[in-house]
Design a protein around this ligand. Structure first.
Ligand code: SAH
Length: 238
């Protein structure tokens, strides 16, 4: 009898173990909930649209399999080609500061995994995102399509030029660091438009800068010290 009970107990525990594993879709939903509560809300992010988007977008699908177990950890992660997906808090912080509206059209420089674009796509009307490394851009485009984001447009190209054909934009977000704010990106911002961009040398000090176009003038303000991958120059631009 005792043997039967302990056998049953092991069986039940095994089942419980399976339920807690990453194969269960519920597992990632709970991981995301914990991420939003402990890393995002706890640090002062309040915009309900940002919190809702961070709760909804399956971050683990944007991360290569070998690092998937760390998808909801409080850290940036490698996504291949020497590039990284930002820490969840930084994604939330940069999104909130843009003060987005459901009618806004946004330009993102540095598609990377496509995760930041998906968060923006949940909140805004349209997202135009540019990636300079073709394999990353193509992979992100495929995943975003699979997740049915019909309002996100991916282009392989050099972000220093922006996306003049579809400018001007209500907001510009840059997720790689140039040494100075590229002039084309300022030009492609609407009057009243907002920009968030890390500025500084690679490996050195970088500052997240918030910019606003106000009566034709571009006003900036430093908001947070950060570390991003460099914004590289396209080959045709010396
Ligand atoms: N937003 C991304 C983070 C990507 S890391 C995400 O959510 O995953 C920054 C990305 O910027 C890298 O993929 C890098 O290749 C890209 N990048 C660097 N210089 C660029 C440039 N000049 N134009 C466009 N993308 C650039």
């Amino acid at each position: 009898m005792l043997r039967k009970i302990s056998f049953l107990l092991v069986f039940v525990l095994l089942l419980a173990g399976v339920n807690m594993s990453a194969e269960n879709p519920q597992y990632y939903i709970l991981e995301r909930q914990r991420m939003v509560e402990r890393q995002i809300e706890a640090r002062g992010i309040k915009d309900s649209r940002v919190l809702k988007a961070m709760q909804k977008v399956p971050r683990h699908l944007f991360i290569p399999e070998e690092n998937r177990h760390s998808s909801y950890a409080d850290t940036p992660l490698p996504i291949g080609e020497g590039q990284t997906i930002s820490q969840p808090y930084i994604v939330a912080f940069m999104t909130e500061i843009l003060d987005l509206d459901s009618e806004d059209r946004i330009l993102e420089i540095g598609t990377g995994s496509g995760y930041q674009a998906a968060i923006l796509g949940e909140i805004a009307k349209e997202v135009y995102t540019i990636e300079i490394i073709p394999v990353l851009g193509k992979r992100a485009e495929k995943l975003l399509k699979k997740l049915e984001y019909e309002n996100i447009y991916v282009k392989i190209g050099d972000g220093y030029k922006g996306w003049p054909e579809d400018a001007p934009f209500d907001a510009v977000i840059v997720t790689c660091a140039p040494e100075d704010i590229p002039r084309a990106l300022i030009n492609q911002l609407k009057e009243g438009g907002r920009m968030i961009i890390p500025v500084g040398t690679s490996g050195g000090v970088q500052e997240l800068v918030k910019g606003v176009k106000d009566k034709g003038r571009f006003k900036t303000q430093d908001v947070l010290p950060v570390r991003f991958v460099p914004m590289v120059r396209g080959k045709d631009k010396k």
